[in-house]
Design a protein around this ligand. Structure first.
Ligand code: SF4
Length: 359
């Protein structure tokens, strides 16, 4: 299994919580050529099972550019081709063009249905833009749509979060990603402290409402209707190789991990000079590979292989054969649990078991 990730860094403005690799302003007219050159330099010769356009804002690209990018990468028949989309960018022309280009999955950056929270996030859309975009996307034939939500803004109440979840569920997306707001040092939110108990309550509410509506969690931040787990992201969590292109993109080939320069101007300069955009590379040893695989799999509903369930973990982990799977309380304490499992020496490695979100 191998995926290709294409980073599209352009955004109209920066959201309050965002520290991604972003270039503020209109998309660069030469961006497709930069990606073409980087891909040629990569000497990658596989056929991708999944192709993912993330950002930044892939939907800020003119649709002909997105279609050109799709054509650059050899994909197998039936490949999952996803693009992240901002609601305010969706027009009928863009949506039809995306279908014609072969994009078959969209992830909509909704974040909240509360106008005050959207403003606090400095998002460029309002709730009514989501409803309008959704109607267009369904009408042109998209049958695999995901919604991204963020909980935990200080101005958010439990009622507001519940309403956001209910309005998202009412649209009947095939997939929902739910992220806790995180405070990054390079953003206007730096120094802010969030209440962990409130965050945990918000997560529990998401689990309750989503599972009642027929969604199953398959990774800590992701829920899907049967058959609609993100194949691309499952590749990350279950040890698949992937190639990342564009500024800040990361790649994994066997034991090698490598990543590109973060800043768009530096990325552009390197590619235009005929240089690789790669900034760093790391080769993991056997023990590091096992630890990485176990950690990633523990994030998923497939769990990770262990020798035995330690007594301290009862209530946080559930045993399924030789695998340990996070309980709801466990999902709220992933890093601490993983550190203790590693210290106890009970991790058996990645195992071959894939989570089964599609069942
Ligand atoms: S749209 Fe996404 S990538 Fe762009 S600034 Fe906002 S959060 Fe960051």
């Amino acid at each position: 299994m191998s995926g290709v990730y294409v980073h599209v860094p352009f955004c109209r403005s920066r959201c309050s919580y965002c520290d991604f690799s972003v270039a503020i302003g209109k998309p660069d007219v030469g961006y497709v050529d930069l990606i073409r050159q980087e891909f040629a330099l990569s000497k990658w010769s596989g056929v991708a099972t999944t192709l993912y356009f993330g950002g930044g804002t892939p939907s800020s690209l003119p649709i002909r550019d997105l279609a050109e990018l799709v054509k650059l990468f050899p994909v197998e028949p039936g490949a999952e081709i996803t693009a992240e989309v901002n609601p305010e960018d969706v027009s009928r022309e863009w949506a039809k063009g995306a279908v014609a280009a072969g994009v078959n999955r969209l992830s909509l950056g909704v974040q909240s249905f509360d106008p005050a929270i959207l403003e606090w996030f400095r998002r460029g859309h309002r709730p009514e833009d989501v409803v309008r975009a959704w109607a267009i996307l369904r009408s042109v034939g998209f049958s695999n749509l995901s919604i991204d939500l963020i909980f935990g803004a200080p101005c958010e109440s439990s009622t507001s979060w519940g309403e956001t979840l209910e309005r998202a569920i009412a649209l009947e997306p095939e997939h929902v990603s739910v992220y806790a707001l995180t405070i990054e040092s390079g953003t206007p939110l730096r120094g802010m402290v969030l209440d962990e108990e409130v965050q945990a309550e918000r997560y529990r509410l998401a689990e309750r409402l989503l599972s009642a509506a027929g969604y199953r969690w398959y990774e800590i931040s992701n829920w899907a209707k049967p058959g609609f787990a993100s194949r691309h992201n499952l590749g990350y969590w279950t040890g698949g190789d992937y190639l990342g292109v564009g500024p800040s993109a990361h790649s994994r080939q066997g034991a090698a991990r490598f990543w590109n320069v973060n800043s768009y101007p530096r990325y552009r300069q390197r590619i235009l000079s005929g240089l690789s955009a790669m900034e760093g590379v790391e080769i993991l040893d056997e023990a590091e590979l096992i630890e990485e695989a176990a950690y990633l799999r523990l994030r998923t509903s497939g769990g990770t292989k262990i020798k035995e369930l330690p007594r301290w973990s009862w209530g946080l982990l559930e045993a399924d054969g030789d695998r340990a799977i996070l309980s709801l309380d466990g999902r709220l304490q992933l890093d601490g649990i993983f550190a203790r499992l590693a210290a106890d020496g009970v991790i058996l490695g990645s195992g071959a078991q894939l989570p089964s979100p599609n069942g």
